[in-house]
Design a protein around this ligand. Structure first.
Ligand SMILES: NC(=O)c1ccc[n+]([C@@H]2O[C@H](COP(=O)([O-])OP(=O)(O)OC[C@H]3O[C@@H](n4cnc5c(N)ncnc54)[C@H](OP(=O)(O)O)[C@@H]3O)[C@@H](O)[C@H]2O)c1
Length: 359
């Protein structure tokens, strides 16, 4: 039951050990949904501890499932009204993207969709893709707006094989295969393409966007390199708060009329703007010559036109709970309110060739 007493259905969320899935599970439970989630290793008590805590909010069952195993998701999806496909390989630095990222991402997505068909109860599948499936393409001049008609350029990415090219390719291919499969089997599938996602979540580990977005404060160069790669690939740093992303996922699940892809982005910024914002707030210094303003804008006009409202629209709001979360995760030292060194923010705008977005 929801807080208002309204009876909600049952939702499966794949990848409950992950950052985004943990927040989505929390939101669904708070809204009154019964939730079934999957993790690869049910014995990993540390990684899954937040799921135990979330069980206090409502009906939450945890199943073991692996994207690589046929039929693995059958039990978790059985009887569900909604399926949120969030789990996916995110090992962007793998040496063998074809075998370890692209192939398992596509096969794994189809594997969960087969379980949805078998269940016969799923009214809506919400696939979490990525803006990496939208924006990793040669820049087309300043001020270009990318909407849901834009696809990352698989041919270009595969030919150039620049850093972490496999991730956007995996997302384009899994989206297209999922659409084809859903049409063939009469599944109602909607895709959300989140941009770089920030904000606190129940998960007690975060390996993707959170360390990257905190890298200007933590000094973690490897995490910063991912942020840098996104700016170079996309022409901007597109951001969304995790609360808005989860609300958007639930919105497109509940809206019967929702159809196709939805970019989920509330703000397009740059590393330079981010560095200045953090420097002001945390009294650190930023240096270097970088892209001043976004060259490209990812647009969530479709989502907004259909009635969704973003709550977190400024850097101030989007970053509000990040520092505390980063301290809790051990990404930032617990005295992070003291001045912290920002890594050098150098780079040359003329070098903004097309690398690969990893959001
Ligand atoms: N964070 C962002 O900014 C962002 C932006 C756009 C899109 N996304 C997409 O959102 C989804 C979640 O991302 P996240 O940031 O929350 O990453 P995350 O915390 O690393 O979560 C990824 C999840 O996928 C699971 N997984 C990976 N390979 C699997 C396999 N073979 N079988 C079963 N589960 C598997 C992981 O399980 P283990 O814990 O067992 O590894 C984990 O639960 C991904 O599809 C990602 O591409 C993220």
């Amino acid at each position: 039951m929801s807080a208002g007493g309204e009876k909600k259905g049952t939702a499966c969320v794949t990848g409950g050990s992950g950052y985004i899935a943990s927040a989505l599970i929390k939101m669904l439970l708070e809204k009154g949904y019964a939730v079934k989630t999957t993790v690869r290793n049910t014995d990993d008590i540390e990684k899954n501890s937040h799921l135990k805590d979330l069980q206090a909010l409502g009906s939450l069952e945890v199943f073991r499932a692996d994207l690589d195993e046929q039929g693995s998701f059958d039990e978790a999806v059985a009887g569900c009204d909604y399926a949120f496909l969030v789990a996916a390989p995110v090992n962007i630095h793998t040496k063998n993207p074809e075998k370890e990222l692209i192939e398992p991402a596509v096969k794994g997505t189809l594997n969960v969709l087969r379980s949805c068909v078998k269940a016969g109860t799923v009214r809506r599948v919400v696939l979490t893709s990525s803006a990496a499936a939208v924006s990793s393409r040669p820049l087309q001049g300043d001020g270009h707006v990318l909407d849901e008609d834009s696809w990352s350029d698989v041919e270009y990415l595969t030919a150039n094989k620049s850093a972490i090219w496999g991730y956007p390719v995996s997302k384009v291919l899994l989206e297209k295969e999922a659409c084809r499969f859903a049409q063939e089997h009469g599944l109602s599938l909607v895709t959300v393409c989140p941009v770089v996602t920030v904000g606190a979540a129940p998960a007690t580990k975060a390996h993707t966007s959170v360390p990257s977005c905190l890298s200007l404060l933590s000094g973690d160069q490897a995490a910063f390199a991912v942020l840098d790669g996104i700016e170079r690939a996309t022409g901007c740093i597109p951001l969304v708060h995790i609360d808005d992303l989860c609300r958007a996922e639930v919105f497109v699940a509940e809206e019967d009329a929702a159809v196709g892809r939805y970019i989920c982005c509330s703000l397009n910024t740059t590393i330079a703007e981010l560095a200045r914002f953090l420097a002001d707030k945390y009294r650190s210094t930023a240096s270097g010559d970088r892209l001043e303003k976004p060259r490209v804008f990812l647009s969530s006009a479709k989502l907004v036109r259909e009635g969704f409202e973003f709550k977190y629209k400024t850097l101030e709001h989007i970053y509000d709970d990040m520092v505390e979360y980063g301290k809790g995760l051990g990404i930032l030292p617990s005295h992070a309110d003291a001045p912290l060194p920002l890594p050098p923010v150098d780079g040359d705008e003329s070098e903004h060739e097309n690398h690969v977005a990893a959001e």
